[in-house]
Design a protein around this ligand. Structure first.
Ligand code: PEP
Ligand code: MN
Length: 334
């Protein structure tokens, strides 16, 4: 961290500041210019509050030169992490294909989709049981029963399952869920993140609509600080001024996150675009730019889906996309 002092700071105040920073266990390299003094802080400054430091008398500005996240920083952990969910691996060259309906709606629905996506080559099954909905009058999932039905599909197909958890109190219900999803709306539910840091299950952390990459990584850091290092990040589109898509898929987040962190990064083109015709092209683009997996919403009868009908692929469309994804992966590796 670099601290620029005001030109009119007194010698006494300067010494006080340096002593206070050294008292925090930091080495302070003092660089005296003709007009101003700059302090270079060497050591772990992750717990220093930039804004508080910048507001101290005699301080003009503060700039971080290293990131405030350590556990998920590639600088600290140069090797790509491989996160394993049952037999499925994400990261370090492993690509995973997740597919399934937005919400679990019935036993017939989830079993039929599970069989179809498995036959098409999916590695994991998705299905929401607790659905965060903008309107309180919309279908909000089958809850515990939805998780039971997802468990049936898991038992029959052998596919590991992912489902969204919305609160700490729901944790006991998620015992048979292989990958716990933190949805975009919960990315900064720090109490939930803290609890998920204490459990022995991998976490799929989705980026909030308006979150910066640093904020996403700080949320991952919250989970990892509790001891759970099995975190997969998911880019699912952010809010911009786009008028034809539900969100804007920030595809450059994939290579950028790969530079910043060792954690695997997957892409959800379904929620990013909100339109089934755009899901395939953006899934292929995600695979081409190095994503460690994609998550696609698939429904046996999209027009009848109880949630997110406009963005669901039918089973045949998904099978065709899965083939093309394999081809793009092969080409990207060549
Ligand atoms: C979902 O994947 O079911 C979902 C609700 O996505 P998001 O949290 O990204 O909106
Ligand atoms: Mn959905």
């Amino acid at each position: 961290m670099i601290v620029v002092l005001r030109p009119d700071i007194s010698a006494e105040r300067k010494q006080e500041l340096i002593a206070a920073l050294e008292g925090r266990g930091l080495r302070v390299d003092v660089s005296e210019g003709t007009r101003q003094t700059v302090l270079g802080l060497v050591g772990d400054s992750s717990e220093l509050d930039e804004a508080a430091l910048a507001s101290l008398p005699g301080v003009e500005s503060v700039r971080r030169v290293s990131e405030p996240f350590l556990l998920c920083s590639r600088r600290e952990h140069p090797e790509s992490a491989v996160v394993q969910v049952g037999p499925v691996r994400f990261g370090g060259g492993h690509f995973a294909l997740i597919a399934g309906p937005c919400a679990v709606e019935s036993e017939e629905q989830i079993l039929a989709v599970a069989r179809a996506v498995k036959a098409a080559g999916a590695d994991m099954l998705r299905g929401g049981a607790f659905k965060p909905r903008t309107s309180p009058y919309d279908f909000s999932g089958l809850g515990e029963e939805g998780l039971r039905l997802l468990g049936l599909a898991r038992a029959e197909t052998g596919l590991p399952v992912v489902s969204e958890i919305m609160s700490v109190g729901q944790l006991p219900l998620f015992e048979d869920v292989d990958l716990l999803q933190v949805g975009a709306r919960s990315m900064q539910n720090f109490e939930l993140l803290r609890e998920l840091g204490r459990i022995d299950k991998p976490i799929l952390l989705k980026r909030a609509f308006s979150a910066t990459l640093r904020e996403l990584l700080m949320s991952a850091e919250h989970i990892m600080a509790g001891g759970n290092e099995r975190v997969i990040l998911c880019e699912r589109g952010i809010r911009t001024f786009s008028d034809y898509t539900r969100n804007t898929l920030d595809l450059s987040a994939v290579p950028e996150l790969h530079e910043l962190t060792q954690l695997p990064v997957i892409v959800d083109p379904s929620h990013a675009t909100g339109r089934s015709s755009l899901v395939g092209p953006m899934a292929l683009a995600a695979a081409a730019c190095g994503a460690d997996g994609v998550m696609i919403e698939v429904h046996g009868d999209p027009p009848r889906a109880l949630s997110d009908a406009a963005q669901a692929l039918d089973c045949a469309q998904f099978a065709a996309l899965a083939d093309r994804l394999r081809a793009v992966r092969k080409a990207a590796r060549a």
